[in-house]
Design a binder for this molecule. Structure first.
Ligand code: GLC
Length: 750
């Protein structure tokens, strides 16, 4: 036995008798690392693998055998899904007071967009382009979760999503790496606060590492085929940005990328995360994503799973128990080194100590939920996440003396309005559009006729009543969309048209001859082109959360002015997927208005249409582009000027322009900055978002808006996987969406 392991062995034998009551009041990193080593030296191999074992709790049978006894043996390091705070404290008390070393449990939960107070789904929060608001919302969620003993959330989800067939697009920040990373970093700050030991702080978890959103065909869990440079330039930047915000944990993804499941991808978990990014928190698998490597055909059995994952640098196993079953044996066989185990346990203990878990392991006496502050924040988030897509004749905002016919399956859907991943939201608290009229907008005259009982309802038996209600009102407000279950994990769709008979309901209501306001509550961008002719105005609300209904009427009645912008391209047809703004130009970009089906002459010659990249039926363009959103105001961009026409590689460029509110009411515009590298060592996207600002302007007011863009912001990974800014010509645009036209050119010098 080597000297070092003899000393370790002797130290652990000596320390075995040490009381488990040592209470750590760790503060500095040096202090924390010292405590980690001290604790590690006392731990048996079984106790070490216990820390690497996370189980999902259930109030089922065998709690004693499944949980209490393993806790006393130090065989569980973390639990998720403990929903009862008394049970949580009971389990923690056993871990702290009845196990040999008293290492506290880390309780985790999916707090993705709120705990009790539910905020808009992350795709909706991305539409706010308001990181400060996302941060505040995450903080509000942390306050509620910490009040019931949860210390770790499996959020933010940072998967770039370019395919709305994928149900988890709802949980993402959309298609853009800069927006996704900015919002993700904001949520990390919100969850973790200024101090991890703060009574309201949670450890954040960046997921799903990596490339999960590129599931082929938008079919969840499917393989991804992301080449290295694309991984670096599109899928990884949000993780890097959010790690810089101090995220303490990372979760591996289900997908195999180019054949390698992330839970055993040592390039991701070691070369990149540890060696390049210097991450010193811990990595947890996704739910059984380790064990699923057998199904992937990447591991032959559970023991092989444990060996591959541990050696790839995966620290904690979520629920599939291969670590606790096989690691001791693998260490004894020399297939996994003790150093590997020790490093994993160090990462886990370090985060537990940083969270102050040893000093403060229990849930507080009093839970906190639905404070005025969190409800106000949720209302503001729901307002800002709504995207005004159409407003014919400026029909919106309405006056409050109109009579409304409130119609549609989402007009009173307290459960579904909360959206996916809202385990702990309570539908009784949801302010639906109907409840908003019944509680806050009580002076507004209305009639309510759902027309359909739920989004998938095929029963058109109430269409006539809905149409009659519209005929008897001044305006119809038709709220359509998706039940919550239709987006989120494992909920992919091959059609994005509004499900059921919602489109027919809308047409029936429109045939009453009154103006129609269509509001959509959904987890993804649906293909609504066919519905537009039946709607005079369209507000796209995603799933807006607890306060979504009152926020909708705040917007409809003009108490609030819409400012949301699309965080994801809205397709004309599902067959256009994947379609995203930051695409490469290809060698044959389609022209404006390419010839499409209805215009193709009979017996058209083979090359008569021109050979370029588009669809004969749905053309080149989406229905609405990334970054698009209207306002009750109108905004004009002018006087674009650059601080220089060329910059060195160490320089930065000041971009300034005048933004004017040419409308009649005060409004907020999300001004966006896009850049294109005209020639690169690999083809570069036609545009990339490099900045955005929410600018508030009174009617008629102008402001000079400035962006600063450093040459380093233009860097990308070439085929050599080296990040560099290449000299050459660039074009930048400023505007209110990714089709902005106001532009200027500049050069980056050699
Ligand atoms: C799920 C999800 C992951 C979640 C975890 C725990 O399968 O993929 O996002 O955090 O399991 O619920």
């Amino acid at each position: 036995m080597k000297i070092k392991s003899i000393l370790t062995f002797l130290l652990s034998v000596f320390c075995l008798s040490v009381s488990a009551q040592t209470v750590y009041s760790a503060r500095s990193e040096a202090d924390i690392n010292m405590k980690v080593e001290e604790l590690l030296a006392k731990m048996t191999l079984e106790e070490k693998t216990g820390q690497m074992n996370q189980l999902s709790f259930y109030d089922g049978k065998d709690v004693e055998k499944q949980f209490l006894q393993p806790l006393r043996n130090g065989a569980i390091g973390s639990l998720l899904n403990v929903e009862n705070v008394e049970m949580l404290n009971r389990l923690q008390k056993i871990a702290v007071e009845e196990s040999r070393l008293g290492i506290p449990l880390l309780f985790g939960r999916d707090i993705i967009h709120g705990y009790r107070t539910i905020f808009p789904v992350p795709l909706g929060q991305a539409a706010t382009f308001d990181p400060a608001l996302a941060e505040a919302g995450a903080r509000a969620a942390a306050v509620e979760a910490r009040s019931v003993g949860i210390r770790w959330t499996f959020a933010p989800m940072l998967d770039i999503s370019r395919d709305p067939r994928w149900g988890r697009i709802a949980e993402s920040f959309g298609e853009d790496p800069y927006l996704g990373g900015t919002m993700g970093a904001a949520m990390v700050r919100g969850f973790q606060g200024y101090s991890l030991t703060d009574e309201n702080s949670l450890a954040a978890c960046l997921k799903h590492f990596a490339g999960y959103g590129a599931a082929e065909g938008g079919r969840d869990y499917n393989s991804t085929n992301i080449p290295p440079a694309l991984m670096r330039n599109v899928y990884l930047p949000p993780f890097e940005m959010a790690l810089k915000a101090g995220a303490q944990t990372v979760m591996t993804s289900f997908n195999d990328n180019d054949g390698i499941p992330s839970s055993a991808n040592s390039y991701l978990l070691k070369d990149l995360l540890r060696n390049e990014w210097k991450f010193d928190g811990f990595v947890v698998s996704d739910w059984a994503s380790m064990d699923e490597m057998i199904a992937h055909g990447f591991a032959k059995d559970g023991k092989h799973v444990a060996e591959l994952s541990a050696n790839a640098g995966l620290d904690m196993e979520m629920v599939s128990r291969t670590y606790i079953r096989f690691l001791p044996e693998l260490v004894r066989e020399g297939k996994v080194s003790m150093e590997t185990i020790d490093n994993a346990v160090r990462n886990i203990l370090r985060v537990k100590l940083r969270l102050g878990l040893f000093e403060n392991p229990y849930a507080p006496a009093q839970s906190i939920a639905y404070t005025d502050e969190s409800l106000k924040l949720a209302r503001r988030a729901a307002v800002e996440s709504a995207v005004l897509l159409k407003n014919a004749g400026n029909i919106l905002p309405l006056k409050e003396d109109v009579k409304i016919a409130l119609i549609g399956p989402m007009a009173h859907a307290p459960h579904d309005q909360l959206g996916t991943w809202s385990f702990d939201g309570e539908k009784e608290k949801t302010v639906t559009p109907l409840r908003a009229l019944q509680t806050e907008y009580t002076h507004v005259k209305y009639v309510y006729e759902a027309g359909l009982a739920y989004s998938r309802d095929l029963n058109a038996g109430n269409f006539a009543k809905a149409k009659a209600a519209a005929a008897d009102a001044d305006v119809a407000v038709v709220v359509l969309g998706e039940e919550a279950i239709l987006s989120g994990e494992a909920h992919s769709l091959s059609s994005l048209n509004p499900v059921g008979r919602q489109s027919e309901l809308l047409s029936a209501v429109k045939s009453a001859g009154k103006p129609v306001i269509m509001a959509v509550m959904a987890g993804r961008p649906l293909t609504i082109e066919r519905n537009l002719h039946d709607a005079d105005a369209v507000l796209y609300c995603f799933h807006p959360g607890t306060m979504g209904g009152v926020a909708l009427f705040d917007l409809i009645f003009g108490k609030e002015n819409p400012s949301g912008k699309l965080p994801v391209t809205m397709l004309r047809e599902v067959g256009q997927a994947p379609m995203y703004y930051n695409h490469n130009n290809t060698g044959r970009p389609a022209p404006d208005n390419p010839v499409t089906l209805e215009h193709i002459p009979l017996e058209a010659g083979q090359t008569s249409l021109g050979n370029t990249s588009y669809y004969l039926d749905s053309g080149r363009d989406p229905l609405f582009p990334f970054g698009y959103g209207l306002s009750y105001s109108a905004f004009e961009y002018s006087d674009l000027s650059l601080s220089a026409n060329s910059i060195s590689k160490t320089d930065s460029l000041k971009v300034s322009f005048t933004l004017t509110n040419t409308g009649k009411i005060k409004g907020v515009e999300v001004a966006q900055l896009y850049v294109r590298d005209l020639v690169g060592s690999i083809a570069r996207p036609v545009r990339e978002l490099k900045g955005f600002q929410r600018v508030s302007l009174d009617a008629g007011q102008s402001k000079t808006v400035e962006f600063r863009i450093a040459a380093n912001d233009l860097a990308f990974y070439g085929s050599d996987l080296k990040r560099k800014t290449e000299p050459g010509e660039f074009t930048l645009w400023v505007g209110g969406n990714s089709n902005a036209t106001l532009n200027a050119n500049f050069t980056v010098e050699e």
